[in-house]
Design a protein around this ligand. Structure first.
Ligand code: ATP
Ligand code: MG
Length: 568
């Protein structure tokens, strides 16, 4: 491409709302242009990057035996009624009616559509397994679209769905997809981690996220310093506590504790480790068809992990409650405990099951019980994993030490089982001629988000630093002074020759100052720039390696050889 003909509108100023480097540089370097909140146009450079990422995905999917399809973006709402998700998805789902008053949604994900495609067309175990995917626009009316392509409303996703006759076969495919996703991210040149993820209401261990490691990532990951274990904080586990603090020796008793409401104050008041205090966290749980207050109990040394808590009570969401709401149902904020508690739903962390020597609120103002043995709790009390794994906790796999790091979720693979095939009545006949629902897996990858993720991980204070697999062009030939005939002649010859060799090349033949062109080259982030300038009079040109940030002189005669060597 000749830059004099190209549409690459670079800008000095970043968009007003841009805080992430990827958002700032992709906009300033002319890859994307905002249309409205969460809506972006991809300009030629952005489209090239997208296509390069898509190509890598397509090659790896082909290799793994998955087949590409393209499903209609506009989806009949009936399918979402069938699965029941129309009520769960909330406002993110954009609904609209056509001229005949039929209700549709813009696909935010395509489980229903894919099941609908396969049901009645695949009827026997002999036609399984099947893995179908597409790379397609999705729409989610996100509450807070932000960070450019990172959290848009309209975005491109690779979404794949597999169909199996057994869970063993799903397990095999899940592992194959994990391996394929790993290869995709390796090929793109990204530093990433595959972590255990929250599986929502479906539960189980069959959910993993692919996280590109970056400080700006919205997700917190707990990762082991010794082994491969890593998990989204929403799902992170820990080994049993390494050292149990010495237990306070006290008989069961009631104590006046005026104004002592926080765990810190309580532990200071009684001189005990917070491990022996019982923390009560009250939340309002929102369900599809109503809501209620739930009190979660866990050790004072632990914090409540909200996603775990949400799953534990089967809620869609937990929201904060104020003291007045608690008092209204007979709870005493700051002094809530499990004994003599007003009638309210409770969930206990597994770690307090049968715990002794505990200090708990007495459900009366300014009073606590000490020496509480929680084995007195009723049989039917609900226990679940509620704690949030902390830095310094033991790894659940190898007992190494967990630390936090930040990640950008670029992929999510999930063992669905029969949660869609059952309600949608998608069945096949097994070897014995009996009808069974398909066992399914789903595999998502944020293709447009990946563009931003590459830049979050690969940029400096001058602009983008594309990896080779993602760069819009690999080589930029920059002629410093286009009026200099020798410079221009070499530029033209090199451009023609590299193009003939199939090297993705852009030719900066613009009538602009050298400094301006150089700033653009750094902002856009071409991996290699050939600078044809004054030194040509002495037979030399310069090669500028954007990743290494280094310039070196090479003989003009040998420049193509050096470029080919660099390309490898
Ligand atoms: P997040 O937790 O970031 O909201 P999600 O869990 O809703 O994502 P999935 O439903 O698992 O996302 O979608 C698969 C992939 O699509 C994600 O891993 C992510 O890379 C991408 N994705 C999801 N939402 C967006 C968005 N608003 N903008 C860009 N990419 C997105
Ligand atoms: Mg996800």
């Amino acid at each position: 491409m000749r830059m004099s003909r190209a549409f690459i509108p670079t800008e000095k100023e970043a968009p007003k709302d841009a805080v992430l480097s990827s958002h700032i540089y992709l906009a300033r370097a002319g890859f994307i242009a905002q249309v409205a909140s969460g809506l972006y146009n991809l300009l030629p450079l952005g489209k090239r990057v997208l296509k390069k990422i898509e190509r890598v995905i397509n090659e790896e999917m082909e290799h793994a035996g998955a087949q590409e399809v393209e499903l209609s973006f506009v989806t009949p709402a009936e399918l979402w009624e069938e699965s029941g998700r129309i009520h769960k998805f909330g406002k993110e789902l954009l609904r609209f009616k056509d001229r005949k008053e039929n209700l549709f949604v813009l696909g935010p994900t395509h489980e229903e559509m894919m099941v609908n495609l396969v049901r009645n067309r695949v009827s026997s175990y002999k036609q399984l397994p099947l893995n179908l995917y597409q790379i397609k626009t999705k729409f989610r009316d996100e509450a807070r679209p932000r960070f450019g392509l990172m959290r848009a409303r309209e975005f491109v996703m690779k979404d794949g769905y597999s169909f199996h006759a057994s869970t063993e076969d799903l397990d095999r495919e899940f592992d194959a997809m994990e391996a394929a996703y790993k290869r995709i991210l390796e090929r793109l040149g990204l530093d990433f981690r595959i972590v255990e993820a929250d599986s929502g209401a479906i539960g189980g261990s069959g959910s993993k996220e692919l996280m590109v490691l970056a400080e700006s990532g919205e997700d917190t990951l707990a990762v082991c310093d010794r082994c491969e274990y890593g998990a989204n904080i929403e799902a992170a586990r820990r080994s049993a506590r390494r050292e149990i603090p010495e237990a306070p020796e006290a008989d069961f008793n009631r104590f006046e504790t005026p104004g002592i409401k926080s765990i810190a104050d309580l532990s200071a008041f009684f001189h005990v480790d917070p491990y022996y205090t019982l923390k009560a966290v009250a939340k309002r749980a929102l369900y599809e068809d109503g809501d209620e207050i739930v009190v979660f109990f866990l050790r004072g040394s632990d914090d409540l992990q909200e996603v775990k808590a949400t799953n534990a009570c089967g809620a869609m969401e937990l929201v904060d409650v104020d003291e007045a709401e608690l008092t209204a149902i007979g709870l005493v904020p700051g002094f809530i405990g499990p004994l003599d508690l007003a009638s309210v739903r409770t969930v206990f962390d597994n770690d307090v099951k049968g715990a002794g020597h505990m200090i708990c609120g007495a459900n009366e103002p300014d009073a606590h019980y000490v020496g509480v043995d929680l084995s007195v709790l009723p049989e039917e009390a609900q226990y679940a994993e509620l704690y949030e794994a902390k830095e310094g906790d033991g790894c659940p796999v190898c007992n190494g030490t967990l630390g936090y790091t930040k990640g950008i979720e670029v992929g999510h693979i999930f063992k669905l089982g029969t949660v869609y095939s059952e309600p949608l009545g998608a069945e096949f006949l097994n070897e014995n001629g009996k009808a069974e629902p398909f066992v399914m897996g789903t595999y998502g990858m944020g293709v447009s988000r990946l563009i931003a993720a590459v830049i979050e991980q690969h940029h400096d204070d001058k602009g983008c630093v594309w990896t080779r697999a993602t760069a819009p062009y690999l080589v930029n030939i920059m002629v410093s002074n286009i009026k200099d005939e020798a410079q221009m002649a070499l530029g033209e010859a090199l451009y023609a020759s590299l193009r003939a060799s199939g090297v993705e090349t852009i030719f900066d033949d613009r009538k602009e100052r050298f400094g301006f062109k150089m700033k653009d080259a750094e902002l856009v982030g071409y991996p290699l720039t050939v600078i044809i300038g004054k030194e040509l009079a002495n037979g030399n040109v310069q090669l500028f390696d954007r990743t290494a940030g280094e310039k070196r002189d090479v003989a003009a005669e040998e420049v193509e050889k050096h470029i080919m060597e660099w390309l490898g």
